[in-house]
Design a protein around this ligand. Structure first.
Ligand SMILES: Cc1cc2nc3c(=O)[nH]c(=O)nc-3n(C[C@H](O)[C@H](O)[C@H](O)COP(=O)(O)OP(=O)(O)OC[C@H]3O[C@@H](n4cnc5c(N)ncnc54)[C@H](O)[C@@H]3O)c2cc1C
Length: 308
């Protein structure tokens, strides 16, 4: 297993923000992952897990204890004519392209989501009208509190919009099985490519970011539309700014801190509330040391600048 002390985490988050982890461990296989979590749980040391870091705001003050990164766990296996099993660190774009080449439909939506299988299960990642819940057969999950590893069928994972009932401070997604639909490899690849092209046209590629910042508050009201209409594209704090291309994206202009980002989230949230009286909740997870003030955007607010 690869191990490092006082490891800078900013390079493992797509927004390029994050202080040091006391210790960073990168297991090379599933046994190392499970044994490590088991050991940390037994000794009572804090631990947290990072996949692609594409939905994770890591504190600039760092993360106490051990951060486990799953990047080396990336095996994909064919289990049957229509089922693929992928280890937790497998990148979704790679899995989507692999499935397309194999002539298996269902994962085309995932090609532009820069996360891993583990993070995608936790987040019920989705795009282009589909999501993980639609294609997941089951997940192999290690429960650090119970100390057991078991296969959980998808219907038992309580999938809802951008969430499921697994708790990343307790459960480790080890691998996942996807039930796909056999079809023409050319057609599936073309659809996958079209989805990828769409991303390049509509997202602020080039600036470090964490994808959509807030969940869509209502099925017919996208967070991006509400932010745009409330003038949030003008907002900027320090080196953290709202993208001028897509109002639901926060970009790091270079050297932004997590404090600047959380303050910006507060302003974005206020701007929508003051215009539409709609409460927004961030899609992102956090990791490491954050104050209650910094976490305010994640709480149901009694808004300070509330519209009357
Ligand atoms: C440019 C861009 C575009 C994006 N587009 C989309 C999109 O279209 N749709 C969408 O849904 N999301 C999108 N995202 C967000 C993000 O890619 C997804 O939420 C993705 O599923 C996160 O996966 P990850 O591996 O990066 O998770 P991370 O950010 O590493 O972690 C997210 C959470 O999952 C936990 N976690 C990670 N791995 C495991 C594991 N093995 N076991 C247990 N817990 C784990 C972490 O502790 C954390 O709580 C986008 C992000 C970016 C930067």
């Amino acid at each position: 297993m690869e191990e490092a002390l006082k490891a800078p985490l900013s390079k493992f988050s797509t927004i390029k923000i994050g202080g040091e982890a006391d210790r960073l461990c990168q297991p090379q296989n599933v046994d190392e992952l499970v044994n490590l979590v088991d050991h940390l749980q037994e000794t009572g040391e804090p631990w947290s897990i990072v996949g692609g870091g594409s939905n994770l705001l890591i504190s600039s003050r760092g993360v106490r204890g051990t951060v486990i990164r799953t990047a080396f766990l990336k095996d994909i296996k064919s289990i049957s004519a229509e089922t693929l099993e992928a280890a937790s660190g497998t990148r979704l774009p790679h899995l989507a392209k692999y499935a397309a080449q194999m002539g298996l439909a269902g994962l085309e939506f995932a090609v532009g989501i820069p996360g891993t299988v583990g993070g995608a299960v936790i987040m019920n990642a989705g795009a282009h009208g589909s999501c993980i819940a639609n294609v997941l057969e089951s997940a192999l999950v290690y429960d650090s509190q119970a100390g057991d590893i078991k296969t959980i069928p998808a219907p038992e994972l309580g999938f809802v919009y951008r969430n499921c009932n697994l708790d990343p401070s307790r459960h480790v997604v080890v691998s996942a099985k996807f039930k796909l639909t056999p079809g023409s490899s050319e057609e599936i690849s073309a659809k996958t490519q079209a989805n990828e092209d769409y991303r390049w046209r509509t997202q602020p590629i080039g600036w470090p970011n964490l994808g959509s910042t807030f969940k869509n508050p209502l099925p017919d009201k996208s967070a991006g539309f509400l932010l745009d209409q409330s003038g949030a594209k003008e907002l900027k704090i320090g080196n953290a700014a709202v993208s001028s291309l897509h109002a639901n994206f926060v970009i790091n202009l270079g050297g932004a801190t997590s404090e600047e980002v959380t303050a910006l989230l507060g302003e974005m949230k206020n701007s929508v509330f003051n215009t539409f009286e709609i409460e927004m909740t961030p899609e992102w997870k956090t990791m490491g040391d954050f104050s209650d003030i910094e976490l305010a955007a994640w709480k149901k607010s009694t808004n300070q600048n509330q519209a009357i």
